[in-house]
Design a protein around this ligand. Structure first.
Ligand code: KG4
Length: 342
């Protein structure tokens, strides 16, 4: 970002799912990134939308307050407010959107709407003082893998992104969550499966992998294959899960990672792009990160792996995306409404 962003302070607000987050960036550099997670959902094995909305309502003011405090700024220093407009849970989005609108009116500063998925991609451009930036040049490919999305995105500029492949059913994160559920693990299941997979044999079991044309993904068949195999083994041995937990996780993770990487490799080859990034909650996965490293060694990819704190939902990425829009003068009206789907 150029000198044009001098003394520009952006407040980012994220509330698309079950994390309430606020971040401040000044002159392009991150000053604070506060995330209030919602433990209430773990008892239900998934995010309960109504509970998420209520928790956002409780968390939003303290979270914003904390972000301003940690950043060491005054609220009147804020130049613009960037907020996640969608996609996400509509009730959750309404809380962040309403807050952003109210605060922008009170401070008399412009509003900037941010697409949550573009925010994840632009997490690679979050700048921190004292940290050497490693940002991809345009164009690059980004594998966006989260609880709600699995996409291959051709990123031509911060303002121009094309989804060239996406899941036709479940997302990769959802598949991890369901795998964990089948073997009695917690929600969210991704970190649990990842941890156990490190101790298991990834070749112990084979699960059906999808054959979908183009760069699209499908994870529902893999999920069903996992469920049915486990169910059949348990019929023969009631202690099967207990005895094979780590191998099941390792084998399932291998299937997900191979599926993700196969399509990504084809896209990179066809488009002749060797700058490849990964973003979203599942980008924290050790199997995904290991595969990126392997492909980098084998195919000469220049890879971009986000810091762990920027893999899951956060407002630093929303503020960063907002900064790009600020530079272009792309502001939002007070009448814009959140959207649950793209
Ligand atoms: O991006 P995110 O925080 O939320 C949205 O979906 O927007 O992603 C959450 C997803 C969950 O499905 C979670 O199980 C998965 O990311 N996840 C992981 C790991 N950490 C989080 N999946 C696999 N391995 C991980 N280490």
């Amino acid at each position: 970002m150029s000198e044009k962003n001098d003394n520009i302070v952006i407040l980012g607000v994220e509330s698309s799912c079950d994390d309430t987050s606020a971040a401040i960036i000044r002159d392009g550099y991150l000053l604070s990134n506060v995330i209030s997670s919602q433990a209430v959902h773990s008892a239900y094995g998934g995010v309960v939308p109504e509970l998420a909305s209520r928790a956002h309502q409780q968390n939003i003011i303290p979270t914003i307050h904390q972000a301003i405090k940690v950043a060491g700024i005054d609220k009147h220093d804020i130049s613009a407010i960037a907020y996640t407009r969608g996609p996400g849970l509509i009730g959750s989005l309404l809380v962040g959107t309403s807050f952003a609108k109210g605060f922008s009116l009170a401070l008399n500063v412009p509003l900037i709407e941010v697409n949550h998925l573009q925010g994840h991609v632009l997490a690679h451009f979050i700048k921190e003082k004292g940290v050497e930036p490693h940002v991809p040049e345009f164009p690059f490919l980004c594998l966006l893998v989260s609880g709600g999305n699995s996409q291959i995105i051709l990123v031509k500029s911060p303002y121009d992104m094309e989804i060239i492949g996406q899941t036709i059913d479940d997302a990769a994160g959802e598949a991890f969550d369901k795998c964990a559920k089948v073997i009695g693990g917690p929600y969210p299941g991704g970190p649990y499966v990842d941890k156990l997979a490190k101790e298991g044999n990834a070749k112990a079991f084979d699960f059906a992998k999808p054959h979908i044309p183009g760069y699209d993904y499908s994870f529902s068949g893999l999920k069903t294959s996992f469920l049915y195999q486990v169910r059949d083994f348990v019929k023969e041995d009631p202690d099967f899960i207990e005895k094979n937990r780590a191998d099941l996780c390792a084998s399932f993770q291998r299937a997900v990672v191979e599926t993700l990487m196969n399509k990504l490799w084809h896209a990179a080859k066809d488009l002749k792009i060797n700058r490849v990034a990964v973003a979203g909650g599942v980008s924290a996965n050790s199997g995904v990160r290991g595969a990126f490293q392997d492909y980098s060694n084998k195919y000469g990819w220049e890879i971009f792996l986000p810091k762990f704190s920027y893999t899951t939902d956060n407002a630093a990425m929303i503020a960063t995306a907002g900064m790009f829009k600020y530079m272009k003068g792309e502001f939002d009206g007070i009448d814009s409404v959140p959207y649950s789907r793209v």
